[in-house]
Write a protein of this length. Sequence first.
Length: 95
Amino acid sequence: MLYLYSLDKNTKNIKKMNKKKSPQLEPYSVNVEKGKKYAWCACGLSLKQPYCDGSHSSTQFKPIVFTANASETIYLCGCKHTKKSPFCDGTHSSL
């Protein structure tokens, strides 16, 4: 669960928003190299999707680090709701 905060400038109150960010509702098709490590963004805030850029530091989420088993094209989750992190499992079609 991702907690985003916004500041109401009129009241100076912090409002807690409880919503996970989905950068896109389809998978990212990426080419990976065998033996290379990758860090998939699990929070949805990274500007370098589908990879982590450290934007999760203000959240409870951590990137999913994986090593490619082969040099191939893989499909990484773009909606961040997959049950097979970091890979797309089709969950985006029901959001």
